[in-house]
Write a protein that binds this ligand. Structure first.
Ligand SMILES: [Zn+2]
Length: 219
């Protein structure tokens, strides 16, 4: 049932009810960011980069005060995503952002990493695996509006170092193929936890499957 509000006072009351520091909202945040493995997932679900520091109102609270404290309208979010999203959420009848509660994210890969011969790389969103066009257009808009491909790149050094450290510490103990297999196995588990298009997994998988990258460790 859609709640209805009849006067300005009710609107004000509903807006006042919402406060990130409000203890009920804080408890909700803990509940929403604790995974089924009881591990606190304090990572922003809009970008999977930053830490959760606020709730993003999927439907802006000024436009929809009746949903200002509705749990399904509160998306745990980092401040960067929250700021970039602001009050935008639709263009006509089309949603501009993925709603993590309502949208069924495809298991199909749509995030890719292009690596050149100097090992410089870029993230791209591509529909080569034929995702439904309406859904793909929301995915594309979500990534563009939140500037995600650039933000992934800015945060990639840490991911590449982590992978390099793993390879360096095992390269004299295990055959190259076994190291690659174990990275693939770890990242498959991470994709179950964080989504099939989790940027860190896509980056690591692309790099271990790149012969130029791997050869660097064996010269
Ligand atoms: Zn974020």
């Amino acid at each position: 049932m859609i709640p209805s509000i009849s006067n300005a006072q009710q609107t004000t009351d509903l807006l006042n009810l919402y406060s990130y520091s409000n203890s009920i909202i804080s408890k909700l945040k803990i509940k929403l960011t604790t995974s089924e493995f009881n591990r606190v997932e304090n990572t922003c679900q809009n970008c999977t980069i930053g830490e959760v520091s606020s709730f993003d109102h999927f439907l802006p609270k000024d436009e929809f005060p009746e949903f200002s404290v509705h749990p399904k309208n509160l998306i745990p979010s980092c401040s960067k995503c929250n700021g970039k999203k602001s009050v935008n959420w639709r263009n006509g009848l089309n949603s501009l952002f993925l709603n993590l509660y309502l949208d069924n994210l495809p298991d199909t890969q749509y995030l890719f990493v292009n690596v050149d011969h100097n090992l410089d790389f870029t993230f791209i969103i591509d529909n080569r695996n034929h995702i439904d066009l309406d859904l793909f257009s929301v995915i594309e808009s979500h990534y563009i509006k939140l500037d995600l491909v650039n933000r992934f790149l800015e945060n990639s050094n840490k991911v590449v170092s982590e992978l390099s450290n793993t390879i360096n510490s095992f390269k004299n103990k295990l055959p190259r193929a076994e190291i690659i297999d174990s990275v693939i196995e770890t990242e498959s588990s991470n994709r179950v936890l964080y989504g099939s298009n989790y940027w860190q997994s896509i980056l690591k998988l692309t790099l271990v499957n790149n012969a130029v990258f791997m050869n660097n460790f064996y010269t």
